[in-house]
Each structure stands twice: as C-alpha cells, then as structure tokens.
Write a protein that binds this ligand. Structure first.
Ligand code: ARG
Ligand code: ZN
Length: 878
C-alpha cells in the first residue's frame, strides 16, 4: 500500500456544505460506454460553514462536460481530485450544476455502482456506489428528489426501471426507447437504483388499508417466473404485517423487486425498486431447501420494512448504520416470529448470533454497534451492526414493554420523517414515549464486547429469603480496554424442586408476581432479594435470551433440570445446549491429554426424551437434538482445538446414534412424507426433525449411511435431497461419488443449486478435503467473479469447515489467502469479507497462529490491495 488509506472518525462529522434539492438524471445505456447526464439544483447549507467549496464525490468517472447555471465551466474552476472527486471553486450560494460522464458497466466487476450481469444492467449504491455513476455529494444526509430518464436499445433492453412511480415512456428513434421515473420522496443517493434489460415480470397487487392499490412486480430472467411465488407471498404478508403491527403503509403506486445473480450482499432496499440476490427470490420445492424458503421470507420482509426504517427515516452518517439495520432486523425477526413459532425463531436467531457475532466481538474486528471509526464502510455491514443491533432494540423493547415501544416507534417516525438522523433520535423517542430514562442504554451502542453474566445465590431457611447475586464483566476489545457496566434486563423466574413456577416478591414489593419478571442489572454486581421463598429454588435466567450476554457458571445439574422443567422454551433449549457444551469441552480436555473421549448417558436420555415428546413441536425437537456446533465450542475455549473438538463431536454423535438407534429410526420412519410437499412451519419442522434423526443414524454406521443413500435417491424436494447428500459427502461410501456426480449432472444449469454442490464438498470432514477444494476452485463451473459461487466454495470452506481450514500444515490458510489475493482486484468488497476467519489467530495454538499471521501478511503485502482488504488484514494483524 503506497499511502495508508484514511481512517474516518465518528467524532469528525460535519454537516454537508451544500444541499441538493433535486436531481435529474439521464442515462444512455450501453455496456461499454454509458453516458450519464446529471442536473443538480444545489444550495448552500445554512447549517454549514459559509466558505466551504462545492465538492462532489466521484470514482472512476470520465468527465465529458460540466456546466454551471447553463454556462460551460472553464477548467480553471473545476478540479478533479486524486480520489476522483470534482470540486467547483467560487460556486454561487445556489445554482444548477450539470455534468456529463462516461462509465463502462460491463467492466465493473466490483458490482458497486452500475454494472452488468448476464447482459442486463443493475445498480448497487449502498454505501458509496452512487459516486461510481455520477458526481454527487454521496453521503446519506444529502436528501433529494430524483427524476430519471433511461434510454436504451429496445430489443436488447426492453425493460427500463428506476425508483418511484413511472412517468412516461416512448420511442427514441434508431431502435432505441426511453422511460422516465419520478420519485416524489426525497432520498439519499445510496437508495438510488436503476435496473434495465431483458427481464420478465411476475405481477400482483396489494391494496393498502387506506384503500390505495399498489402494483407489485418481481422482475427475473425469462424462465425464472415460475419460482417467484413464495417471494411474492412473503412480500404481501410483510406489507400487511407492517400495517397491522406498526401502522405503516406503503407510499408509492408501484413496488418493484428485481433479482440478479451477481450481487455482493443479500438484497438492497432502494426506494420502490429493491434489488435482490436471486438466492433470496427464487424458490421451488425441487431447487430450494426449507432454509432457503425461510431466508427468502426474512430478506423480503427486511427490505420491505426498510421503506420506513431506513428510507423515510434514514441515517445521518454511516456510523449510524445500525439505526436502520438493527431496527429493521428486529422488525423482520418479529414478523417471522408472528408467522410461525416464536420460540423456534428465537432459538435460530440466538444460534446465529453466537455463531457469528460473539466470535466477532471477541476478535480483532470487534467494534461497537455504533463504530467509532472505519477505513472502508463496507467492512461494517457486520453481525455486530445487524444482529447485535437488533438485540439492543429488543432489549429496549423488553425494558419499556410493547405498548410504550409502539408509541416510541410512532414518535420516532413522526418526528424524523424525511430526515437523516442518529441513534440518539431513536433512543430519545423511546425514552419520551416511555417516560423511562434510557441514557444508560446508549452504552450498548458505544461499547464493544460481549458481557459475561455470572450468578451466585443463597437461601436462608430462617428468613425464607433467597438472594440472587448477578455480576457482569465485559472483556477488553481492541481500542477499548476499560469497560463500564451495562444495563442488562434479565427476564427470569424461580422454580421449585418439582419444576413448578414460584410466584416472586422482591424485598420492598407488596405482592408476589406470577410468571416471568424482568430484573435490571445496572451495576457491576447487584443482589436481588426474594421474600417468602418456601425452599431453595432453581433460578431460570435470561428467558427468551433477554440480553446478548454469555451466562456463565450455571451448575450442570441445574442445566439438566431447567432443560426438562422450565416454562420458557428458550431456556429449555439453551440449558440442554449448555449442558452438552460443558460435557463436550471436558471431553476435549481429555482428548488433549491423550485419553479417549467418554460418554454421558444423560445425553442419550435427553435425546430419548426429546424424541418421545417430539410430536408436540417437531421444529423445537429438531433444534434440541442438534449438538452445539464446532464453532460454538471453539468460541468457549481460550485456545481452540479444532481437531479435538471435531473428534469429540463425531464421537458423541456416533454414541447417541448407537444408543438411541431404535428410537431415532422409529421417529425417522414415522415422519416419512406421504402427501405433497408443503412449506408450512409444521411440515418444515417435521423435515428438520427427520433429517436430524438421519444424521445421527448415519453417524452410527453403515446402515444409517445406506438410509441416507436411499433418501437421496427417493427425495422429491431439495431439503431431503441435500440433507442426504451432505451426509454422503462426509462418508466413505461408493454412494458418495455417485451422488455428487449425479447431482452435478442434474443441476449444472442452475446456479443456485450448483452453489450447494460446491458448499457441501467444501464442508466435508473427509481426509483430502483441502485438495478437493483446490480442485473445485479449478473446476470449469467455478467462477470467482460471481460472489455467490465464491462464497459457496471459499467462504463455506473457511467458515464452515474448521477441521480442515485449521489443518496443521497451514494449507487451509494458504488456500484462503490465495483466493483473497486473486479476488481482491476483481471485487474488493467480497474479497475483504472472506478474510475474517484468518483474523482469529489469537484463539489458535501458537504454531497455527503464526501460519495464519503469515498468510495475513501475504495478503497485506499484495500490491494495490483494496482499502477494504487492507483494513481487514491490517486490523487482524494488530
Ligand atoms: N442495506 C442492505 C440490507 O441490509 C445491505 C447493503 C449492503 N451493501 C454494502 N455494500 N455493504 O438489506
Ligand atoms: Zn438492511
């Protein structure tokens, strides 16, 4: 890196020097030479310094012409900066700036700005892609009204879309045509979108509760029309839910969704024209797993909900990203919870948080939900900003209750509509609506790291008093050594020795309360004294996972008790997981001492109990059956041991599969589908339970593997087919090669399914997997330029295969670094995102850590590294 890239700091925020009231854009589309003409009505911002110049961001633009108030701007009054920006000297306080630039969408492999995919045109502007389309103050606190005219070849580009409502179209001569779009709502540039090409639409409509009819369209490649039903259904349910639960109605005449197979992220909430990764739109029973169906519902809802939390009320600057992302994830989580099983949704979300956010918070990239600084903002679309941000919103919801929370949302939106605001504005609205002082809660946004919550308790039979002592501590994170105590809402209850709920009365209260109550721990340590407790109780803590903390030190016998008796399904599930995790970690220690791992009959009992009552809630049973994952266990260890962890987990799976073989087989057989494929919650739950049983049976030996092979052949849906193939991919059986070859031959024409074929092999635990992954990298169907494919192989290997990624030869690390170095010049954003697993070197043995550092250094030494990859690699090495 010649010059170290610049660090942007939250404290340096200054309002924009100029505001742009209206933007008129004119695109003459051509893959290699698109001309973008822009007309900006600017005026000096009264809130900013009076002498600041008019500066417009730009990146890789070829400036053809610039005019100020109708006159050509002489070169002496316009400066092109080394960073690509354009500065106008002596700009008047208000005026019209017209520019004309040339860009080459076909050459844009970064997939930021305007690019082509399969011959069609798409844009991605968040966070800073708009500056790759035209000169503009590309920051979210500049909100403008846009009108857009698009001209293109009629035969090759029949569909022309942008934000807002359609406003005319026609013939442009010479085989070209045009269309015009007007968006009545002011918006920041990151919400601009253009989609154009040979697309077909799946239409529907929605009538809002005030009676306005909205035209809905999903735009896809010809042939994909039959796979949009679930996305459309999810959209309509989301629109209805937001009206019912938050009173929020859609505000344009049309809502368009376009699906594209080359996309850096999941999807994008551009006003009136969402752009989606095809992965989150297209589904049929034959091609999509149940997980894919659920992902579609979640992402469709998420992007739709952004229309109010993100678009109508947006972020002042990118440090406030969680203002829209944390809140919108919270909203999509609530939506899904209302559609099916709230408990199962919560379990899955917490599993995800622990798998991705906890390690991030304990590693070199740890940052607060509201970061203090960044080099490349694209690196901060993280589990911390999204998932932990949602947890913090949930914590406020728990603290003030649902009624005050809804009032707070109304207040937040009415106060801040059409403005770019900060997290203080959100918390302030919640505070004013609830009459509760929420200032201490701001610390959740500004302090990184996962708090550890520990419990001690004592019972005094003489006074019938029970004292619960809660203690918190947050470990230091890079750049934040000293930590303050956080306000932690602890939803809890007490159980008697039969497992029945005890009413609770805290000292000073007049009457006992039934059911769950919320304690607020706001100091480093605090005693909660309960009166009239007849006998020593068992506390059930953190019901529903009421705060994103690590609850530590609950004795094994209490975990076993809670796993069976607690009224809260989350605590039941989690206690089972924590019990198993503690046992597994003991076995890891044994393996490290050279002893054989043991077996706990209690684990087999738990599986037997789960199977016996599985019919009541198969989805919950499936969650309870799965042992804590290798990553979760590694995250519990100061220094991880991926081989020992893998060995222990494999051993226990085999033991459970053997001990409980008959019950597992009986459940498996009882769940065999007979009717047509359905995707309601119960059917999904039945399939996941059945496949969880199959996994244990396959772990137990040949009969189970044969059962997997039979399921693979008989499967009529992708969920069952893929679950079976994943088991075969891990096994030593001729059915393995046959299955993989057959799957490839059958699906090689389908990108999204072929991604699964790559991932399954990348995550295999078989010996020789690294060589197999290298061979797949050279496979004719591998395409580094396609982010889904790159993630399906490289990401799945590095994040989903700890055993082989951490191979002591260092070959796994070398593969990842090679891939990052190859991808970085093509697509720096996706390359930077793949670096993460190398950053956790401090949690590995010294020898491994050294190998990981060597590869990080090799990435860092690469000439012309993108600033995103520079930031990830350099922070990881610190
Ligand atoms: N706002 C989008 C979403 O959460 C994500 C866009 C991220 N884009 C990026 N370049 N990092 O739905
Ligand atoms: Zn989002």
């Amino acid at each position: 890196m010649p010059d170290s890239p610049k660090t942007i700091r939250r404290g340096d925020y200054a309002p924009p020097a100029f505001l742009i009231d209206t933007v008129d854009l004119d695109f003459a589309l051509d893959p290699m030479a698109t001309i973008v003409r822009s007309r900006l009505a600017f005026r000096r911002n009264p809130a900013a310094a009076a002498d600041a110049p008019l500066r417009l961001d730009g990146e890789g633009l070829t400036l053809l012409e610039a005019r100020l108030d109708g006159e050509a701007l002489p070169e002496s009054r316009r400066q092109l900066g080394a960073d690509g920006s354009l500065t106008i000297t002596d700009a008047p306080d208000a005026g019209i700036l017209e520019t004309s630039v040339r860009i080459a969408p076909e050459r844009n492999t970064a997939l930021s700005g305007l690019y082509t995919s399969g011959g069609n045109f798409y844009t991605q502007c968040e966070a800073e892609g708009f500056r790759r389309i035209t000169f503009f103050p590309d920051r979210p606190d500049v909100m403008s009204r846009y009108s857009v005219t698009i001209t293109a070849d009629r035969a090759r580009v029949p569909v022309l879309l942008s934000n807002g409502n359609p406003d005319g179209s026609g013939d442009a001569g010479e085989g070209r045509h045009w269309a015009r779009w007007v968006d009545p709502h002011p918006k920041p540039s990151y919400l601009f979108a253009l989609v154009a090409g040979d697309l077909v639409n799946v239409p529907d409509s929605f009538t809002t509760r005030s009676g306005r009819k909205v035209a809905l369209n999903i735009w896809v490649r010809r042939g994909d029309e039959t796979r949009c039903g679930h996305a459309m259904d999810s959209l309509i349910r989301s629109m209805k839910w937001d009206e019912e639960v938050f009173g929020l109605e859609y505000d344009l005449d049309v809502f368009n969704i376009a699906a594209v197979s080359d996309f850096n992220m999941g999807a994008m909430e551009n006003k009136g024209l969402n752009v989606f990764n095809t992965k989150y739109v297209l589904a049929s029973p034959e091609t999509a797993t149940d997980g894919d169906w659920q992902g579609i519902e979640t992402v469709i809802a998420h992007e739709y909900f952004h229309n109010w939390t993100g678009n109508r009320v947006t972020c002042r600057d990118w440090f406030q990203l969680s203002l829209k992302e944390g809140l919108t994830v919270f909203r999509d989580q609530e939506f899904t919870a209302d559609q099916g099983s709230r408990a199962v949704k919560r379990i899955r979300d917490v599993r995800g948080l622990r798998a991705a956010q906890f390690p991030e918070d304990a590693g070199p990239m740890a940052h607060p939900v509201r970061p203090d600084s960044y080099i490349e903002i694209d690196n901060f679309y993280t589990p911390t900003v999204y998932q932990k941000g949602a947890e913090v919103v949930r914590l406020l919801h728990t603290r003030i209750g649902p009624v005050a929370f809804r009032r707070g949302m109304d207040l937040y939106i009415s106060r801040n509509d059409n403005q770019a605001v900060t997290i203080e504005d959100f918390v302030g609205a919640m505070q004013d609506a609830s009459g509760t002082d929420l200032t201490p809660f701001m610390r959740w946004y500004d302090q990184a790291g996962t708090p550890e919550l520990t419990v001690e308790d004592s019972y005094d039979p003489a006074t019938r008093r029970y004292t619960l002592t809660l203690r918190q501590r947050t470990p230091p994170t890079p750049g934040q050594v000293e930590k303050q105590p956080l306000p932690i809402p602890v939803a809890m209850g007490l159980l008697d020795d039969t497992g029945a709920a005890l009413p609770t009365r805290l000292a000073g209260e007049n009457a006992a309360q039934p059911g769950t109550r919320v304690l607020l721990l706001d100091g480093a340590v605090q005693d909660f004294v309960f009166e009239d407790v007849p006998a020593p109780p068992v506390p059930s803590l953190l019901r529903g996972f009421s705060a994103p903390v690590r609850l530590k030190g609950v004795p094994q016998e209490r975990l076993r008790f809670l796993a069976v008796h607690d009224s809260d399904p989350f605590v039941r599930w989690d206690s089972g997981q924590q019990y198993a995790a503690a046992f597994m970690l003991e076995q890891v220690a044994r393996v490290q001492r050279g002893e054989a791992p043991g077996f706990a009959p209690a684990l087999a009992d738990a599986v037997a109990n789960t199977l016996a009552s599985a019919d009541a809630d198969p989805a919950f049973a499936a969650e309870a059956l799965v042992l804590p994952g290798e990553g979760f266990l590694a995250d519990q260890m100061e220094v991880a041991d991926p081989e020992a962890i893998h060995q222990v987990r494999r051993h226990l799976r085999r033991q459970i599969g053997t001990h409980c073989g008959a019950a597992l087989l009986a459940t498996y057989q009882a769940l065999t589908e007979t009717g047509p494929y359905r995707i309601d919650g119960r059917s999904i739950g039945r399939r996941s339970l059945r496949n969880a049983c199959l996994a244990y049976l396959a772990a137990a030996g040949e009969d189970g593997v044969a059962l997997a092979a039979a399921q693979y052949r008989a499967a009529t849906n992708m969920t069952d087919q893929l679950a079976a193939l994943a088991l075969l991919a891990d096994a030593e059986t001729p059915a393995r090669e046959a299955g993989l070859a057959e799957f490839h031959a059958k699906w090689r024409g389908d990108d999204l399914v072929l991604d699964k074929w790559f991932s399954i092999q990348a995550m295999s635990s078989r010996p020789g997997t690294i060589a197999a992954v290298r061979a797949l990298y050279a496979h004719p169907d591998f395409d580094l330029k396609n982010p889904n494919r790159a993630r399906a192989l490289i990401g799945a290997f590095a994040s989903g295969n700890p055993l082989h990624f951490h191979d002591s030869s260092g070959e796994g690390y070398r593969f990842l670094a090679d891939a990052v170095i190859a991808l970085d010049p093509i697509n720096g954003q996706t390359a930077a995102r793949l670096i993460g697993p190398l950053g956790l070197w401090r949690r590995q043995w010294v020898e491994r850590g050294a190998l990981m550092r060597r590869e990080l250094q090799r990435v860092l030494d690469t000439p012309n590294l993108s600033k995103g990859s520079f930031e990830k690699a350099s922070k990881a090495l610190q």
